[in-house]
Design a protein around this ligand. Structure first.
Ligand SMILES: [Zn+2]
Ligand SMILES: [Zn+2]
Length: 257
């Protein structure tokens, strides 16, 4: 619930009820800037044209967008110097202030109604990855965080993607067995240490995982340390390939692992 858009509205009501009520009496607003738009969960024309959707040319492994087209199969400096465990990562849109507003509303503001629209952006960016995947799985939250937030935003994105592509969605494929500190303030090497050993593959899915092509879903890719740690686990347990599809990724950082 973006309360700043509706000053003076009581915030004590459960956010979802409040949101539904406001949608009823007020026209839909841009998810990012709050101006009136034609449809719920969308962006206004201004925000849409400002959003930097990511497409080729890009690093064939981590998906980092290139300014110049170096041809197919070219990897960025970060991937060349320290190859990630995942095979390919793709993201729909570059992270910026507008996208941050959307992510915050979706993740912490109970705007679960945004999921299908955001998943549609991801479907475009992840076409090849979706075509080739055998299983779709979310980056898991620790159960304590899942309890306080009530939903895993990565599952909400992954379910419609899996449904549209006709691929099985396995919400509990990977377990976050240790709560990791917030990654925001950590250096790349500290992030790697922070997530090492934090994940395991659920025992009941281990047999099935053999030789499968897994597509991991997350909302934001920052350094890639988390998905890299998960990809490593999945491959150790027999996965053939691990791709990563996120809604957005940080572009200014050049390190991916
Ligand atoms: Zn807008
Ligand atoms: Zn790369």
């Amino acid at each position: 619930m973006r309360i700043e858009t509706f000053p003076g509205v009581a915030t004590a009501l459960p956010a979802q009820i409040l949101h539904a009520a406001l949608n009823f009496v007020l026209p839909p607003r841009c998810t990012s800037c709050g101006v009136q738009t034609g449809s719920t969960g969308g962006l206004c024309t201004e925000c849409w044209t400002q959003a930097r959707f990511i497409a080729a040319p890009q690093c064939c492994q981590c998906g980092y967008p290139f300014e110049l087209d170096f041809g197919d199969g070219v990897r960025c400096g970060a991937c060349l110097s320290r190859a990630p465990y995942f095979d390919r990562a793709r993201a729909a849109v570059a992270y910026d202030d507008r996208i941050a507003q959307i992510v915050i509303a979706f993740k912490h503001g109970d705007r679960t109604d945004l999921a299908p629209g955001l998943a549609a952006w991801m479907r475009r960016a992840g076409g090849e990855l979706l075509q080739e995947a055998d299983i779709i799985a979310p980056v898991p939250l620790h159960r304590r965080r899942l309890f306080s937030r009530r939903y895993n935003q990565s599952s909400l994105l992954g379910q419609p993607l899996a449904h549209a592509a006709g691929i099985p969605f396995i919400g509990d494929l990977v377990i976050r067995q240790r709560e990791t500190d917030s990654q925001g303030h950590l250096s790349p090497s500290a992030r790697r240490r922070n997530v090492e050993g934090a994940f395991r593959v659920a025992a009941q899915h281990k047999d099935m995982l053999k030789d499968k092509r897994v597509l991991l879903i997350d909302d934001v890719l920052t350094t890639g340390a988390t998905v890299n740690a998960i990809a490593r686990r999945l491959k150790r347990e027999g996965a053939r390939t691990v791709d990563v599809l996120t809604l957005t990724r940080v572009v200014r950082e050049t390190s991916v692992s």
